[in-house]
Design a protein around this ligand. Structure first.
Ligand SMILES: N[C@@H](CCC(=O)N[C@@H](CS)C(=O)NCC(=O)O)C(=O)O
Length: 329
C-alpha cells in the first residue's frame, strides 16, 4: 500500500489523521473515454477510438470497483476485444504487484512489469497519486485511458456496440436520472460505506459509517421486495455497482470491516437479489472468493495484523431465488 509522488513510490497507509479518523477515497486521475469515433467523452481528451484489438484491462479479482468492469465486459461480450491482466491478491509495501505465485494471478503479459505502479509510470513518469485498479490501458499510445471504474463501465456499455459487442444497454437514456440518483446514495452509504466503517480510526467515524451502511441496506431490502431491479424493470449499471459490494459482504465485510449488525443472508430480498445476479450466465465466473478473502484479510495489516483469514460463512449462491416469478415481465 502506498502512492507515487512525482514519479517516486512511497510506502504509506491511508492518512486519516487530518479527517478525524475518517477514510476519504481519492479521485481517480486518468479520465479519458473510448468512444465509437475517438471524439472526447464527457471528460479527458479525445483520440481513443473503439477497436477490437487496442485496449487491455488490469484488474484485481478482489476489488469491488474492478469487479464492475469485469461484469460489464462479460455482459457485453467484450472478452475477445479486451484481454485482462489480474494482479496478485496480496498488496503490501509495493502496492499491487503482478507476481504470479497465486492461482489466477496472470502477471503482466504486455510489459512484464513487476508492480502496477510501473504501469502508471509507463503512462506518466512524473505521476503523483494512488495506484489503483482497475486500469484501462491503450496499447497504441501506451497510456492509461481511465482508472475510474464508473466511467470504464459506461464505455464498455456502448462504445463497442458497432464492432460487435453483445446487445444490451445498462445505462438507457430514459432511466439515466434515476440510475445516477441510485448510484450516488448507494456509493456513499454502501460501496464506500463499508470501507469508511472498516478503515475508520475513531469510534465516532466508525459509528457514523456503519449506521449509514445498515440504514441503506434496510432501505434496499424494502425496495427489492417491491421490484426485481433497483431502477425500472431491467437490470442496469446501478445493480452491477451495488452487487459487487453485496457479494463481498458476508464473506469479508461482516467481520473484517466490522459491518456485523446483519448479514446479507439475513435479508430475504437482498439475498435473493444477490443470487439472482450471481446466476446470470457468466457472472459466477467473475467471482473469485480466494482472491477476495486473501486480499482483504491479509493485506490490511492495520486492521488485521495477524493476517488470519476467518473461516467464513456457508452460502449457497445457486439456491433458486424465484425473483423472475415474483416479478414477472
Ligand atoms: N474510484 C476508483 C477506486 C478504485 C480503488 O480504490 N481501488 C482499490 C482496490 S479495491 C485500490 O486499487 N486501492 C489501492 C490504493 O488505494 O492504494 C474506481 O472506482 O475505479
Amino acid at each position: 500500500m502506498g502512492q507515487l509522488i512525482d514519479g517516486v513510490w512511497h510506502d504509506t497507509w491511508y492518512d486519516t489523521k487530518s479527517t478525524g479518523g475518517r477514510f476519504k477515497r481519492s479521485v481517480s486521475a486518468f479520465r479519458n473515454w473510448i468512444t465509437p469515433d475517438g471524439t472526447p467523452g464527457p471528460t479527458g481528451t479525445g483520440g481513443f477510438e473503439a477497436s477490437t484489438s487496442r485496449y487491455h484491462l488490469y484488474v484485481s479479482l478482489a476489488c469491488p470497483w474492478a469487479h464492475r468492469t469485469l461484469i460489464m465486459r462479460q455482459l457485453k461480450g467484450l472478452s475477445d476485444f479486451i484481454p485482462v491482466s489480474v494482479v496478485h491478491p496480496l498488496m503490501f509495501e509495493h502496492g499491487w504487484t503482478l507476481a504470479q505465485d497465486f492461482p489466477g494471478a496472470t502477471g503482466d503479459s504486455l510489459y512484464q512489469h513487476e508492480y502496477l505502479y510501473q504501469l502508471y509510470l509507463h503512462a506518466d513518469e512524473q505521476y503523483s497519486g494512488r495506484v489503483t485498479v482497475p486500469v484501462l490501458w491503450d496499447k497504441q499510445n501506451q497510456t492509461i485511458v481511465s482508472n475510474e471504474s464508473a466511467e470504464i463501465i459506461r464505455m464498455f456499455n456502448s462504445a463497442f456496440d458497432a464492432l460487435g459487442a453483445t446487445a444490451g444497454d445498462y445505462y438507457p437514456e430514459y432511466l439515466r436520472a434515476q440510475i445516477d440518483e441510485a448510484n450516488a446514495w448507494i456509493y456513499d452509504s454502501v460501496n464506500n460505506g463499508v470501507y469508511k466503517a472498516g478503515f475508520a480510526t475513531s469510534q465516532e467515524a466508525y459509528d457514523e459509517a456503519v449506521a449509514g451502511v445498515f440504514t441503506a441496506l434496510d432501505k434496499l431490502e424494502d425496495l427489492l421486495g417491491q421490484q426485481r431491479w433497483l431502477v425500472g424493470n431491467q437490470m442496469t449499471e446501478a445493480d452491477i455497482r451495488l452487487w459487487t459490494t453485496l457479494i463481498r459482504f458476508d464473506p469479508v465485510y461482516v467481520t473484517h470491516f466490522k459491518c456485523d449488525r446483519k448479514r446479507i443472508s439475513d435479508y430475504p430480498n437482498l439475498f435473493a437479489y444477490l443470487r439472482d445476479i450471481y446466476q446470470i450466465p457468466g457472472i459466477a465466473n467473475t467471482v473469485n472468493f480466494d482472491h477476495i478473502r486473501h486480499h482483504y484479510f491479509c493485506s490490511h495489516k492495520t486492521i488485521n495484523p495477524t493476517g488470519i483469514i476467518s473461516t467464513g460463512p456457508v452460502q449457497n449462491l445457486m439456491e433458486p431465488h424465484g425473483r423472475e416469478l415474483q416479478f414477472p415481465g
